[in-house]
Each structure stands twice: as structure tokens, then as C-alpha cells.
Design a protein. Sequence first.
Length: 138
Amino acid sequence: MPIIIALLSGLLFGFGLLLAGMGNPAKILAFLDVTGNWDPSLLVTMAVAMVISGIAYQCVKKRPASLLNCPLQIPTSKVITNKLVIGSVLFGLGWGLAGICPGPAILLTGMGLTQGILFTLAMIAGMAIFQLLPRSEK
């Protein structure tokens, strides 16, 4: 059952990305172009996502397990490390330069679009490089 729920959740997430225009790199780049032809429409998507996530987080953090009795992995650290800052900067640069972030990259890859495939391959390469770092560095 957890696999079916995960599949349905992924399909719902992908549909939401398409509906919000997050699968269109040009829309993302227009949102990030605050000094030019700015498209603020993604603010609505982000605001709705933050409200829903906030409500869900408040409900989930009080539970010992998910509704399907799967373990919850909620981060507890509040420490801001150099790795966190560097990773955030790299994420932002990648998003700003390509107009793609991980969720939409997988969506675009599934659609067979070259830009999504290249971004997903670069993302996988970055994950592989991270795994090669010494454990004390992570």
C-alpha cells in the first residue's frame, strides 16, 4: 500500500507542477527576472505550498509514524552549516541559470525533454559526488 500511495502522491505532485507552470523553465526565469519582465504568478504557487506544508507539518510532527505506519524522518537540527549554505547557493544558482529545480526536472525528463534530461543527469552527478565525500564532511 505505501508504494501505491507514493505513486499517487507523485502523480498529484507532478500534476500540480504542470498546473502551476513549474514545468516551464521560461516561466521560472520570468519569475526570477525581478528587474525586467517579472512574472509574479509563481508567488501564489509558493504561498499556497507553504500554507499547506505548514499545516501538514504541524499535524505530522506530533505523530510517531505516518498514516500508513511508515517511519517519519523529520530533521531536528537547527544548525546552519557551511555545507547547508553552499548547497543552498548551488541550488539557487542552478535554479536561476536553468529555470529548473529537482521536481520539475524529473517531470521534464519524464516528458522526454532534453533540457530536463540534462538537468536530471547533472543532478544525479552532483548526488554521486556528494556520496564520494568523506563522511566527516557531510
